[in-house]
Write a protein that binds this ligand. Structure first.
Ligand SMILES: *[C@@H]1O[C@H](CO)[C@@H](O)[C@H](O)[C@H]1NC(C)=O
Ligand SMILES: *[C@@H]1O[C@H](CO)[C@@H](O)[C@H](O)[C@H]1NC(C)=O
Length: 294
């Protein structure tokens, strides 16, 4: 067998080709634990190639699998592709482009919000090879201190309303008396805003107790957080007597004003009649005088 320049060239080509496809084989690595993100923070979702080859000419796709359509981020042909980006991620995602050459395809996500929770897929595709990784992200947001408002007398007790906003995940609201016993309350009203944060509110009717102290507690056991507000209602609030007194006084006042008004009207019309009569007498006298003169 002759090993001429032609066969050497073919061997070289083969070698080059196999080393090329060898070099395209990689694994995508990242955290195995769930990432707990605090709402409002900027976070990094780690993802990188092993071996640490360049990803500059690969496609890097970040997806949130909890969304049916759209992508969180796409990098392809050395460009950021903005089509099909999930609206809630617009303007909040980026790659570390200066890190791509060493296989670092981590995603930066700014101003974390409730809708960011989910399972993220970091998918890297080269010409003849691809691999991916899934990362779970939980979003934690502690809501506002509950605000309690007094709604007035209701069904023989006092109506109270408690409200707290800005939670994630969805919290639970409970009403307690001073002994820590749960009070029977109305159905909770839960609202989720466009950023995925929860507002809860709940009405309760409380009866007078020896302390008149009541607590509204909003809690989220998954993130181990709670916020509460205690109110102390003065016992006069429960007493309906002053209210009744006020009612009676108002009624009496009304009656007095009414009587006064009718008396005034009577007097005025009486005066009017008197005036008319006087005028009549005067006219008659005048006529009499005229007749006498003739
Ligand atoms: C790639 O990884 C090797 C070790 O596996 C390390 O020595 C080298 O510095 C890394 N290169 C870059 C660019 O990070
Ligand atoms: C990737 O780049 C980011 C930003 O510089 C850095 O925080 C992170 O540690 C890098 N990851 C790896 C695996 O090098």
């Amino acid at each position: 067998m002759e090993s001429g320049p032609d066969s050497l060239f073919v061997t070289l080509l083969l070698l080059l080709h196999s080393s090329h496809s060898e070099s395209e084989r990689f694994e995508v690595l990242g955290p195995t634990d769930t990432i707990l993100a605090v709402a409002g923070d900027d976070i990094i979702l780690p993802c990188y190639l092993k071996p640490n080859i360049s990803a500059e000419d690969m496609t890097v796709d970040w997806l949130n699998l909890d969304f049916k359509d759209g992508r969180v981020y796409r990098y392809q042909n050395r460009k950021i592709i903005r089509e099909d980006q999930i609206p809630s991620y617009i303007g909040r995602t980026s790659l570390f482009e200066e890190e791509l050459w060493r296989g670092n395809t981590s995603l930066k996500l700014s101003r974390v919000q409730g809708t960011d929770e989910g399972h993220y897929k970091c998918f890297i595709k080269a010409k003849s090879w691809d691999h991916d990784l899934i990362i779970q992200v939980l979003v934690k947001a502690v809501g506002s201190k509950p605000v309690v408002s007094i709604e007035g007398h209701r069904e023989g007790g006092m109506g109270l309303l408690c409200e707290s906003e800005g939670w994630h995940p969805e919290p639970e609201l409970v009403w307690l008396n001073s002994k820590g016993v749960h009070l029977f309350a109305g159905p909770p009203e839960i609202h989720r805003d466009f950023k995925g944060f929860y507002t809860v509110k709940q009405h309760v009717i409380v009866q007078e107790t020896d302390t008149n102290r009541f607590t509204c507690r909003v809690q989220q056991s998954q993130i181990n957080e709670k916020m509460e507000t205690e109110v102390h209602l003065p016992s006069e609030l429960f007493d309906t007597t002053p209210l009744r007194m006020a009612f009676i006084v108002l009624c009496c006042l009304g009656a007095i004003i009414g009587i006064g008004l009718s008396l005034a009207i009577c007097w005025i019309s009486y005066k009017k009649d008197e005036l008319k009569a006087e005028k009549e007498v005067l006219r008659m006298e005048n006529e009499d005088f005229k007749k006498k003169c003739k």
